[in-house]
Design a binder for this molecule. Sequence first.
Ligand code: AMP
Ligand code: ZN
Length: 115
Amino acid sequence: MTDCLFCRIVAGEIPSTRVHETDDVLAFRDINPKAPVHVLVIPKAHHDDVAAMAAADPGLAGAVLAVAGAVAAAEGLAESGFRVLFNTGPDSGMEVAHAHAHVLGGRPLGAMVGR
Ligand code: AMP
Ligand code: ZN
């Protein structure tokens, strides 16, 4: 058993609200949403962060982005817009060291980076 939270979500050991799934990618709702739509899109394979994922498997990184776009469209954000965000490393506030895209939308999202 792994101690990676998102690997455990992929394995079904920890419950999540799944909104989209492919062979390689899983999308589920963030447990502490920061916007009306807040979905996490992750590779099923463990990579520590987006940079490691893209370096190891560029096709997988593309697949994660494709699911992010599909989720945004399915959530009704195609016209209103949305943000896709990858936190990476300590200064970003990254909490879970398994690559994940945040898909955020459903209200004006404000400045890209706070001060
Ligand atoms: P980050 O700060 O970029 O590492 O984002 C981690 C995200 O995972 C946060 O937005 C958390 O709210 C979210 N999160 C933590 N635990 C869970 C969980 N069990 N199910 C869904 N989302 C979670
Ligand atoms: Zn993991």
